[in-house]
Design a protein around this ligand. Structure first.
Ligand code: IPD
Ligand code: CA
Length: 285
């Protein structure tokens, strides 16, 4: 692991980059044409690519020995996360929001060492929310330390949970998600207080870190969607396990996640087991 001083310097550098990128993202929100990626609900704009190229150039100029993985330059099957120190970047998380000018797009800048998230910076320039964290050093929102939520009780039934449909809108993966949503809401099953869908994995995780949301479940998102948020959530006492049943260990590139806010450990354990009882199949990617 790198020293705290170097990780803190990286965090400060990423905060500066996020502020620069935020000017571009907020200035272009709602004004861009878009292209399809996998299908016509998986979208990208020229600004996603522009922000990634700016960020990647600045990172490689300052940290030429560290690796870089970004959503817009990732090559499926050949880009692999390794133990080497790696910047993991989503230039715009919440691209659909960005296209619609719904103020929930952000930049997500993560840094991993030995495949473990070590630094996270997430900036929503519309709402001016700057989240940042270094592993072991606490998480901050706009410079104020976020409290650890380890004493705040948690139950599944009394929770609001972020759920996202993702861009697979047919087949088994889609069915599993929809049946799981239904079971969580159903009066005779989870009967949770409600669900929310902000359209940005990074923002969902940040709201779990603050305790405004209790949990977030998703299959299909990628390491750049979760790396930065992972550190921020962990630093507030959060727990991250697999979104598939009975897998307590998780890794940033697993693509299936259940994020749980800080709470007494017993409450988190019970929450996870009860949540998994509502998961209607195995999400495989
Ligand atoms: C997506 C968003 C969305 C989540 C998807 C992600 P993008 O990222 O975070 O909320 O449901 O899984 O791919 O495409 O806006 O960068
Ligand atoms: Ca993105």
């Amino acid at each position: 692991m790198l020293q705290v001083a170097e990780l803190t310097e990286i965090k400060d550098f990423l905060v500066g980059l996020a502020e620069e990128a935020g000017v571009i993202i907020s200035g272009k929100s709602g004004k861009e044409k878009f292209d399809d990626k996998k299908n016509s609900v998986d979208l990208v704009t020229a600004i996603d690519k522009l922000v990634e190229s700016i960020v990647s150039e600045k990172i490689s100029a300052k940290y030429p020995n560290y690796l870089f993985i970004g959503e817009e330059t990732y090559v499926e099957g050949s880009t692999k996360l390794t133990d080497a120190p790696t910047f993991i970047v989503d230039p715009i998380d919440g691209t659909t929001n960005f296209i619609h000018n719904f103020p929930y797009s952000c930049i997500s800048l993560g840094f991993s060492v030995n495949k473990e998230p070590a630094v996270g910076v997430i900036y929503n320039p519309h709402l001016k929310l700057m989240f940042s964290a270094v592993a072991g050093q606490g998480a901050y929102l706009n410079g104020t330390l976020l409290p650890k939520l380890t004493e705040k009780p948690l139950t599944l039934q009394g929770s609001i949970i972020a759920l996202e449909s993702g861009s697979d809108r047919d087949g088994e993966l889609f069915d599993i998600k929809m049946e799981t949503f239904r079971s969580l809401l159903d009066k005779n099953h989870g009967f949770i207080h409600g669900f929310r869908s902000f359209g940005s994995a990074a923002m969902n995780i940040c709201h779990v870190a603050t305790g405004q949301l209790d949990s977030y479940w998703e299959g299909g998102c990628q390491m750049w969607d979760v790396c930065a948020g992972w550190v921020i959530l962990k630093e507030t006492g959060g727990l991250i396990v697999s979104g598939n049943r009975d897998k307590w260990e998780n890794s940033i590139d697993s693509r299936v996640y259940l994020f749980v806010r800080g709470a007494p450990q017993q409450d988190q354990t019970t929450f996870v087991k009860q949540f998994w009882n509502n998961v209607k199949g195995e999400l495989k990617y």
